[in-house]
Every structure is written in structure tokens, then in C-alpha cells.
Ligand binder design. Structure first.
Ligand SMILES: [Fe+2]
Length: 536
């Protein structure tokens, strides 16, 4: 842990930026992965509370409790990374995961019932039967092992990016392991790290609290003692079940999970926060091959555009992080919708319209992150109120929101989607300018995004200060370069006498008596920005 980032250390953070709890960022990530795995929003948070409570009963060390906490929040973060492949097999990538988490994977009858219910969903019966047969023939083979390994490896890498420590990374390899060795990987007993053994019990209690209530959760732990779970831990959970699940408050699960983080609580700032948001962008990108570089690309454009528009440092940081996170909510919508090559139906569109809402809600619980979530969740809003999810109109959309909307729009147009190829940059530029003309996107934000993407931006008619005419502006822009009246005349293709009249009018309107003062006036009125001075 870096100096200044531990509550126990008590030192001041290295960055001037206020540090935030790592648990809040990882907690926000866990809300998204809950949505993407068909779980109620509090599942990962509740798993963390249960596993830490069980760890305290089992005499876990401080380090083991801290590891348990973070692997609980991160354990499903890799599960949405094979959404595309899962959709090929199951017809969707969310509901079957929720069902899979409930089955006893060592019980052939339960596994078979799961396959019959979910493999090939939506396909013709004969196709479906063949797919089910194929899955049964290859069950436990390299393909399924690869799938589990991938999900774990992704979670491990996120833990690495978040710099949470090697023991957390190592433990995340065993999300699907079982005490009896019949899981993935096929290790058994105490070859599985202790924090992960705690999580296996805590996670399943949480799953069955939702699926069947407290009695069902208690019954499952009893039935799977010694097979899925370490006997000592399962017996401890059964003996203290009422205490373990006491006071779990769905409405306060965020606060409860934040309160129970073991000491020393981890604080992050500066580049570590950026790394966390990169992990969020990567999680979004892994959801579908069509989205691989979308969030990072939009973040680059939006950040550059924010600089170009002169936003203060803190706002630029806000824009960058919101852009990295803007599509996190896509995880809560099935790839069956995102990857549909044809037009979407009404119900499908309603799901699509929810994704910025999901993004916003993932961060809404955290006081430190709510502003980022609010901005990120506005990326489909349009100035004329035709956007979603709120239908906010122009006055409600500030500069960061306008920049993010323009950057997302341009980024998406330049990427292929299942129902259309990628647009050429020039075509994307034209479409973006049409959105400006239609009153949906902000002209300045679009200019800044286009300029950041390497386009020359057009000169836009604008209301000029002091009643300056366009011709007088043209004269002024050459004047500030130090040209004589004759030079201005040559440059603009008009007579020197006419230039003299224009210069006089400019001086009168600007209230100046010299070229130098006219130049300063032009700067004061933002007339000599490069985008305006050198446009096509
Ligand atoms: Fe989006």
C-alpha cells in the first residue's frame, strides 16, 4: 500500500485530490456485476457482509478478513466477460447465470436440468436438442474449464489494476472451486485460500436468501456441508445462522457493507482512482466484441474536448472518469439485445433506455462518486429533450454533459455495430453536425470533439460582440496578426480604403484607439481562438 493511502497510516494523501474509499469504487463495480449476473443489486455487498461475519466467527486474521471483503466484492467481476460467447450458447447472458449459481454442480441431475432449461434458448427444437447433446458430451471439458478460468482471470486482473494486493489476486482464481475438489479448478480442501472458502459459504447464503428465503439458505448450507463448503465453516454458519443473517437490511446494504470493511480501510487517490475507472471501462468493453474500445476511446475524445473548451482541471477529471464509466450500465442488459442484427422491438428498446440509468445507479450510493455517475448517466440526453433516460433538456445539461454526449455519439459512429458498419470519419463528422443543426447536440461541444478527433471545424455564424459584422471580424482577425491595411486588403481581396473604413468601425465598436488595444479586445471577447481563426 502506498504511503498516505491507509487509514491506519494516518498520513496525508500524496495527491491534492481528495482520496476516496477503494470499497466505494469496487462496491459500485459490484452493483453492475450483480445486474449482469441476474442478482439483486445488494448480492455482492451482502456476500461481503456475510463472509466477513463468518470470518470473524472463524477467527480469521485481519489480513484474511480484508481479503475476504474484497474478493466478495470482486468475485463476479469477470463473469460478464464472456457475454458474447454465452449468448451464442444460451440465447442470452444474464438469466442463465442466475440459474447456474443456484445449482449443485456436483449433482448430474441438477446440471442436466440446467442445460435443458437454458442451452439453445430461442432456437428451433432440433437445433436445441443437438446443442444440449453437444454440451453434455463436452461437460467438464476444456471449453468449460476455459470459460471458468477466463472469468476468474479477468477478476484477478481487475484486482491487480486496483492494486489490492497479491493475496486477493491469488484467491480470485478459486471462485468456482469446491471443498470436495469437484469444482473449477479441481483443487480441494485447504488448497483453496481461506478467504475464498469463507466467501463460498457467504455467497451461497446470500444467493439463497434471495432465491428461497432464510430457511432455504440454511438448508442448502446443511446439504452441501463437506461437499461445496469446508465442514468447519459450514457448521459454524449453521450454528450461528440467525446471528449471521441478523439485521441485513436490503435498503441499507450499501452502508452496511461500507461499515464492515475490515481495518485498515483502503483509500485511493489520483492515478489509482483513474486505474479503477480504467477497470470499469475494461469491464464494459469485455461485455461484447462490439464495445471493446468504446469507453476508452470516448474518454480520450471527451477529455481532449474538455481541455480544448477550457474547462478547469477538476471538471476535465470528472469528464474523463465519467466517460470511462458511461456505459457500465450496459452490463445489466443482455447481449441478446446489444448484438441483435435487426431492429429492436419495443420491449428491447425499453431495456436499452435503462442502461444509462443503471450506470447512474451504480454510483449513486457513493457520496464520492455520485457526481461522476450522474454525468455518466446523462450521455444519451439531448438538448431538445429527445434523449434518455430522463429526457433532460438543454438548460439542464452542463458543458461536461454536452461534451460527453458529443464524444459518445462520435465514438459510437466510428465503431461497427451488429446492425451497421462503422462510419468513415468524414461521415461521422457530417452526422454530428446534423445533430447540431437539429438542436440535439451542442455546437461548441461538437466542434471541440471534432477538433480533438483531428477534423477541421467549420466556422459557425455566431453573435458577435458590440455589433461587429462578419466582415469586420475578418478584418480584425487579420489585423491582430500585425498586417498593415494593405496587407489586410490583399488577404481579404478588398481595397485598402474599404479596410480603413472597417478598421475605424472596429475601433469605434470596441472602444479602442490602437491596434494593440483592438488585439486585447479580441482576446477578451474570445474572438481569436484557433478554431475560429483557421476554419474551413
Ligand atoms: Fe450508452
Amino acid at each position: 500500500m502506498a504511503v498516505g493511502e491507509s487509514e491506519a497510516g494516518g498520513a496525508q494523501p500524496l495527491s491534492v485530490e481528495a482520496p476516496i474509499r477503494a470499497a466505494e469504487v469496487v462496491g459500485a463495480l459490484s452493483l453492475a456485476t450483480d445486474l449482469g449476473t441476474g442478482q439483486p443489486l445488494e448480492h455482492a455487498l451482502r456476500s461481503a457482509v456475510l463472509a466477513v461475519r463468518l470470518g470473524e466467527l472463524a477467527g480469521a486474521s485481519t489480513q484474511e478478513l480484508a481479503d475476504t471483503y474484497y474478493i466478495a466484492l470482486l468475485h463476479a467481476s469477470g463473469c460478464t466477460s464472456n457475454g458474447h460467447e454465452a449468448t451464442q450458447l444460451f440465447g442470452e447472458d444474464i438469466e442463465h447465470r442466475a440459474a447456474f449459481f443456484l445449482i449443485d454442480t456436483s449433482n448430474p441431475a441438477e446440471v442436466l436440468a440446467f442445460y435443458r432449461a437454458h442451452v439453445g434458448a430461442g432456437r428451433a427444437p432440433e437445433v436445441r436438442d443437438a446443442m444440449i447433446e453437444n454440451v453434455i458430451a463436452n461437460a467438464g471439458g476444456p471449453r468449460s474449464r476455459d470459460s471458468f478460468a477466463t472469468m476468474c482471470e479477468v477478476a484477478q486482473r481487475f484486482a491487480g489494476w486496483l492494486d489490492l494486493g497479491p493475496s486477493i489476486q491469488a484467491a480470485l482464481e478459486y471462485v468456482f472451486a469446491r471443498w470436495d475438489g469437484r469444482g473449477f479448478p479441481g483443487v480441494r480442501g485447504d488448497e483453496i485460500p481461506f478467504p475464498m472458502r469463507l466467501l463460498h459459504v457467504g455467497r451461497d447464503i446470500s444467493l439463497f436468501l434471495t432465491a428461497g428465503g432464510a430457511d432455504e439458505a440454511r438448508s442448502v448450507v446443511g446439504r452441501r456441508t463437506g461437499s461445496a463448503y469446508e465442514p468447519r465453516l459450514a457448521e459454524l454458519a449453521l450454528a450461528n445462522f440467525d446471528d449471521l443473517v441478523a439485521d441485513l437490511d436490503e435498503a441499507r446494504m450499501w452502508e452496511q457493507a461500507l461499515e464492515i470493511e475490515p481495518f485498515p480501510k483502503i483509500w485511493i487517490a489520483g492515478e489509482r482512482v483513474d486505474a479503477a475507472f480504467m477497470a470499469i471501462a475494461a469491464l464494459t468493453g469485455l461485455k461484447s466484441p462490439w464495445l471493446r474500445e468504446h469507453s476508452t476511446g470516448v474518454a480520450e475524445l471527451a477529455e481532449a474536448a474538455a481541455w480544448r473548451m477550457g474547462l478547469p482541471d477538476a471538471s476535465v477529471t470528472l469528464v474523463r472518469r465519467a466517460a470511462l464509466a458511461h456505459d457500465l450500465g450496459r452490463i445489466g442488459v443482455s447481449n441478446a439485445i446489444w448484438e441483435k442484427p435487426g431492429p429492436l422491438g419495443f420491449g428491447e428498446w425499453e431495456r436499452v433506455r435503462l442502461h444509462p440509468h443503471f450506470t447512474e445507479r451504480a454510483f449513486a450510493q457513493s457520496p464520492a462518486l455520485a457526481a461522476i455517475g450522474l454525468l455518466a448517466g446523462s450521455h444519451h440526453e439531448r438538448l431538445d429533450g429527445s434523449g434518455y433516460h430522463r429526457g433532460t433538456r438543454g438548460p439542464g445539461l452542463d458543458q461536461p454533459a454536452r461534451i460527453l454526449a458529443a464524444a459518445d455519439c462520435y465514438g459510437a459512429m466510428c465503431e461497427a455495430r451488429p446492425h451497421r458498419p462503422a462510419l468513415e470519419a468524414s461521415a461521422a463528422r457530417a452526422e454530428l453536425l446534423q445533430e447540431v443543426d437539429a438542436g440535439r447536440l451542442d455546437a461548441d461541444a461538437v466542434d471541440a470533439v471534432l477538433a480533438s478527433a483531428g477534423h477541421r471545424v467549420r466556422q459557425r455564424p455566431r453573435e458577435l460582440p458590440a455589433g461587429l459584422t462578419q466582415r469586420e471580424l475578418e478584418v480584425l482577425l487579420v489585423l491582430v496578426r500585425g498586417e498593415s491595411n494593405q496587407g489586410i486588403a490583399d488577404d481579404l481581396g478588398i481595397s485598402a480604403k474599404t479596410v480603413g473604413h472597417h478598421v475605424q468601425h472596429v475601433y469605434e465598436k470596441a472602444g479602442v484607439r490602437s491596434r494593440a488595444a483592438a488585439t486585447l479586445w479580441a482576446f477578451e471577447n474570445d474572438l481569436v481562438r484557433p478554431e475560429l481563426a483557421h476554419t474551413a
